[in-house]
Ligand binder design. Structure first.
Ligand SMILES: CC(C)(COP(=O)(O)OP(=O)(O)OC[C@H]1O[C@@H](n2cnc3c(N)ncnc32)[C@H](O)[C@@H]1OP(=O)(O)O)[C@@H](O)C(=O)NCCC(=O)NCCS
Length: 168
């Protein structure tokens, strides 16, 4: 399978926040931003795999600043790492106040997608070509998150020493 570069699937998506995205005070709901993050990351994963890809997990999502009705959200999404069938996508969200022009870093998130074959089972994805120190750093950090996740999963799979076989 031919390797692909990060820039071959990277994407920037912009979306203006409307009244139905917010509470009565005009603060945009976190869930609205989460959906846009999932959408942007999904497009990147599917562009890399050129296959259907589903969200397997969301490793981390921090909201740094509120977003208000009228702000334009700018979501920059790109691949950090690919495994055999999985892909980690990083999404940076900025909000621009279109009146003042002020841009604020609103949120960052890391999502893992898994590519599915015609049988709806995980299927191989193309390797990723890393270009430059920034992409290499992101890849190292994504590898570390993956190791952490796998270790947690292994721990969860093992019965706790004090667990005597379920909730009583
Ligand atoms: C994601 C899904 C396809 C994984 O299927 P699975 O049979 O458990 O997959 P496997 O154990 O064979 O692992 C396949 C890959 O997925 C990765 N993976 C599986 N579960 C994961 C999770 N929770 N987080 C991150 N990666 C995960 C594995 O590390 C593996 O990666 P690799 O091939 O790059 O080494 C399956 O759990 C699924 O369909 N989930 C529902 C997805 C969905 O519908 N999402 C929308 C929101 S509900």
């Amino acid at each position: 399978m031919e390797a692909k570069r990060v820039k071959d699937s990277a994407m920037v998506m912009a979306h203006q926040m409307e009244p139905h995205d917010a509470n009565p005070a005009g603060n945009v709901h976190g869930g609205v931003i989460m959906k846009l993050i999932d959408t942007a990351a999904g497009v990147v994963a599917i562009r890399h795999a050129r296959r259907l890809a589903v969200t397997a997990s969301l490793d981390r999502l921090d909201f740094h600043h509120p977003v208000f009705v009228g702000d334009v959200l700018i979501l920059s999404a790109s691949l950090n790492m690919v495994g055999k069938t999985s892909m980690e996508v990083g999404v940076r969200v900025e909000a621009e106040n279109v009146i003042t022009g002020k841009v604020r870093h609103t949120a960052s998130a890391y999502l893992t997608f898994v590519a599915l074959g015609d049988d709806r089972r995980p299927t191989l994805v193309p390797p990723l070509v890393l270009e430059g120190p920034e992409q290499e750093r992101r890849n190292r950090e994504a590898q570390a998150r993956r190791q952490l996740r796998l270790a947690e999963k292994a721990r969860e799979g093992k019965p706790h020493p004090t667990d005597e076989g379920g909730v009583k």
